[in-house]
Design a protein around this ligand. Structure first.
Ligand code: SF4
Length: 393
């Protein structure tokens, strides 16, 4: 498949690994921002191919994982109401709320439907004018434009029974929060290519300069990741800290102007809580006042929700790169994809799910030798899909 298989070539991968090995003179810690990149890294054993001392820290870029528990509980409350059709991407159905998930609500008689586009939800609203149809709009800059488009279209078409429960997040404020954390070990970023295909690269030079950290826009196939690492390490070794686009086949410098215009029309920037991390200033979007009547939180009374996170779950530390999933005491024992305690174990972009699916089951013993390198990039077709889902980026 064009743009996929040629970016999984084992010989080219070996060449890139050798380039990285030749460039490295000291240890470096890089963060891949996106959960999709984390899955590529673990699935293909890329972290095990890298020279000793080059560490990949998994970042918070899993949209399902960072959606706050309070918003999940609001979704559960709205979906349970008689007369409501609650539409969501498949990823969200098994994400645990305080005491149940959307699958459970469906089992108890709620009308919860999996859709593949917010425009599917809008069509359902047109087909059922006597019901309230709510779309669960979560994710990063990648899913925000189509969700904004659905809100815009509903307004234009006069579909009054359509609303959205919005919990959108933005990457640059998260990078700022990571870099200002006292525990930060990150020295370079592999930025999320799909986010930049929408937003362009213009938000990153200020961050790179302020924190003196290289930011390399990186794609999602094994060679993309290795090229991102190669460019980041090269900058670090030279003492540079610029924004570099290693994914030009998908990322024009200005992003997608039509998508950005839609975002500006429908949303406004707001402070947003990230699950397990806390509130990050200006890190989210909500509907702008012009569209507030299509906000499900506004339309339904879902205040006063009492949330409770499982005490064992350390997904907040996983999302900040402070803990590897298999270092969590519940990993693979009480917490599995079938019995998830946290969203990072159930999302198709979650780091805990990646470690479980690709058999990184044991916590590394102190002083244990590094695992044997994986000899070649694994063809995607040989690996099963993690969780029934469509990624919400
Ligand atoms: S393994 Fe489970 S309990 Fe541990 S951090 Fe991941 S989701 Fe939470």
């Amino acid at each position: 498949m064009r743009y996929v298989t040629e970016f999984q070539d084992p010989e080219l991968a070996r060449g890139l690994v050798e380039d990285i090995r030749a460039a490295v003179t000291r240890p470096w810690a890089l963060m891949e921002v996106c959960g999709g990149q984390t899955h590529t890294i673990i699935r293909h054993g890329i972290d095990q191919l890298l020279p000793e001392g080059v560490e990949l820290i998994h970042g918070p870029g899993c949209p399902v994982c960072v959606t706050p528990l309070e918003v999940i509980d609001k979704a559960l409350a709205i979906a349970s109401r008689p007369g409501v059709i609650f539409c969501s991407f498949g990823d969200m159905l098994r994400v645990p709320g305080t005491d149940r998930d959307l699958f459970r609500v469906r089992g108890e008689g709620g009308d919860v439907r999996v859709v593949y586009s917010p425009l599917d939800a809008l069509r359902i609203a047109r087909d059922h004018p006597d019901r309230e149809v709510v779309f669960f709009g979560i994710g990063f800059e990648t899913t925000a434009p189509p969700n904004a488009m659905a809100v815009h279209q509903a307004r234009r078409q006069g579909v009054r029974n359509f609303s959205t429960l919005i919990s959108h997040v933005r990457v640059p404020p998260a990078i700022e929060a990571i870099m200002t954390s006292p525990d930060c070990r990150v020295q370079g970023f592999l930025a999320a290519g799909h986010v930049c295909s929408v937003m362009g690269t213009g938000e990153y030079p200020e961050l790179a300069e302020k924190h003196r950290v290289p930011i390399v826009v990186t794609g999602f196939e094994p060679l993309d990741i290795l090229e991102g690492v190669r460019r980041t390490v090269r900058q670090l070794e030279r003492g540079e800290h610029t924004v570099d686009n290693a994914y030009p086949r998908a990322v024009p410098p200005g992003g997608n102007p039509a998508a950005r215009a839609m975002l500006e029309d429908v949303f406004e920037v707001t402070d947003r809580a990230w699950r397990g991390i806390g509130v990050i200033p200006r890190s989210g979007w909500r509907l702008s006042p012009r569209y507030r009547d299509q906000d499900a939180e506004h339309r339904f009374d879902v205040t006063g929700i009492d949330t409770r996170e499982p005490a064992e779950c350390r997904s907040g530390e996983v999302l900040q790169g402070l803990l590897k999933p298999n270092e969590c005491g519940a990993f693979g024992t009480v917490c599995t994809p079938r019995t998830p305690l946290g969203a990072t174990m159930v999302s198709s972009e979650g780091a805990c799910a990646a470690y479980y699916l690709y058999r990184r089951l044991g916590a590394p013993a102190p002083g244990a030798p590094a695992p044997a390198p994986v000899p070649s990039a694994v063809p995607s077709s040989a690996v099963p899909t993690p969780v029934e889902a469509n990624p919400v980026g």
